[in-house]
Write a protein that binds this ligand. Sequence first.
Ligand SMILES: [Zn+2]
Length: 278
Amino acid sequence: MKNTLVLRMGALMMVMGGLWLGNSQQPGLTVEKIADDLHVIVGNGGNVAVFTTDDGLILVDDKFEKDVPEILAKVKAISTKPIRYIINTHHHGDHTGGNQKMMEANAGLEIVQHKNAREKMVAGKMPGIPRLTFGSETAIHLGGKEVRAYYFGRGHTNGDITVLFPAHRVMHLGDMFNTGGPFIDYAGGGSGVEWTKSIYNALKLEADTVIPGHGPISKKADLAAWNAKFETLRNRMQTLKKQGKSKEDAIAAIQVDDLGWGVPGLKQRALPGLFDEL
Ligand SMILES: [Zn+2]
């Protein structure tokens, strides 16, 4: 009798706990380790890579401004060396929102991004605009280690880059790889036609592990499969358009359930623009 009551109370507590978690706005950030000198800070905003060298740290992206204190605490638990560089994968606020506070907190910190991403930040009067940009390719050499960054073309925006950690065969694709499905930011210069070509270029890099902008750490095969699904989606839309369907009818008719992506978001944030682009 007593045991049954304990079990019932336990079940009730679990339900309440679940409800509480479900309503929680700030689940907190967690750290995943890829190697002794390469970690990923996951949660709330884009995935942040933390690369450690004897001469300081290189980060990829910095989430929202409000995440900076927690990012700094997580980074400090990994290494007490100063943050020397941050590479922004693109201009969106869930990847660059921490730029300004990061610069204020780390004297001498330089932030690097693609020149198109900087143009978007300037145009949008976004805080934390970097001093350094590049066009097709750049590299940072720090503490005897190397990080490379490549621009492979348009996709999520017109300023997304791929960051490669050659020693670990790991690449960070920002929102060019969102495991929840593609968001084509047409106002940000994005392209659903160019996107998959850009991914084919990224797939040529010598890497095995892929850090997505949002979602769990993945393998190169996962990125290839994701890209193939994107092509399937685009081909379906092309077919519907060729059949003479209106944009509304095509979006209503297109099959997306089998792709495993967040369907309502996909229909709002990718398909109308894709129909127009095709
Ligand atoms: Zn984005």
